[in-house]
Design a protein around this ligand. Structure first.
Ligand code: SF4
Ligand code: SF4
Ligand code: FES
Length: 248
């Protein structure tokens, strides 16, 4: 077993608890020894266990699946559980994702924002009436082209982490902008043959500046998406459709 000492990491966290009236935002720097394979999630747990049990941050899966550990890592949105400290300088700064309601320190309420966006964009399959009527135990499931189902599955991999929202310039100017996450979801339903909605219906949902026409196409969203979703091509796909509707 190696007795070699790890680097000393200096992790500076923007701490603020909005629930405590007299609290003010402050940077608190913690030092700890780096361990092999350490992620920021592990480092933050170490800090919470041994140095500051008031430190707030979220996690559930520790495997890049739940989307709850997103935060600004050296100024860029990312998942703490996927961020290896070995890939970073020893001085690391962490802050909560902007845009979302702050719970405290690194913990933000992405669920509330996502739920509002999902309600607004009706992100569920709007079944065709014939299918609803035909639905019974004897009905044979409709088949789907495997390539199309792969494409839908690819877009469904979004974990609603909020990184694309936090990295988006439009949101700063338009607080109701649906973000790449919302535009990606609409693209997902637009290609799903089970959804009866037409382009005109999607136009009602995203055919304005809070939707597709607010997007500046600079693709900060795709750069920070931890699931590598093809946001650029899906935004372009919906833009073409919505421009065609606008011109009708
Ligand atoms: S491309 Fe559009 S959705 Fe993506 S970050 Fe830029 S403005 Fe936001
Ligand atoms: S599109 Fe990517 S960055 Fe945006 S919420 Fe989904 S997984 Fe996160
Ligand atoms: S803890 Fe679930 S994505 Fe990081």
């Amino acid at each position: 077993m190696s007795n070699e000492k790890g680097r000393i990491l200096k992790i500076s966290v923007l701490k603020y608890n909005p629930q405590v009236k007299e609290d003010k935002p402050k940077i608190v720097t913690y030092e700890l020894e780096e361990a092999p394979g350490m992620t920021l999630f592990i480092a933050l747990n170490e800090i919470r266990q041994h140095q500051d049990n008031s430190l707030k941050f979220d996690f559930v899966c520790r495997a890049g699946i739940c989307g709850s550990c997103s935060m600004l890592i050296n100024g860029k949105p990312g998942l703490a559980c996927r961020a290896l400290t070995s890939k970073m300088d020893a001085d690391i700064t962490l802050a909560p994702l902007p845009v979302f309601e702050l719970i405290g320190d690194l913990s933000v309420f992405t669920g509330k924002w996502m739920s509002g966006m999902n309600d607004r964009l009706e992100t569920w399959i709007h079944e065709k009436e014939e299918e609803e009527k035909a639905c019974s135990c004897d009905t044979i499931e409709e088949t789907m082209d495997p390539d199309l189902s792969d494409e839908i599955y690819e877009l469904d991999r979004c974990i609603e982490c909020g990184c694309c929202v936090a990295g988006c310039g439009t949101i700063v100017m338009r607080e109701n902008f649906v973000g790449a996450v919302g535009l990606n979801k609409i693209a997902r339903y637009a290609i799903d043959p089970r959804d009866k909605r037409e382009d005109a219906d999607y136009y009602d949902l995203i055919g304005d500046e809070d939707g597709i026409f607010g997007c500046m196409s600079l693709m900060g969203c795709e750069d920070v998406c931890p699931k590598d979703l093809p946001l650029q091509s899906k935004i372009a796909y919906m833009r073409r459709k919505m421009v065609a509707m606008k011109d009708k």
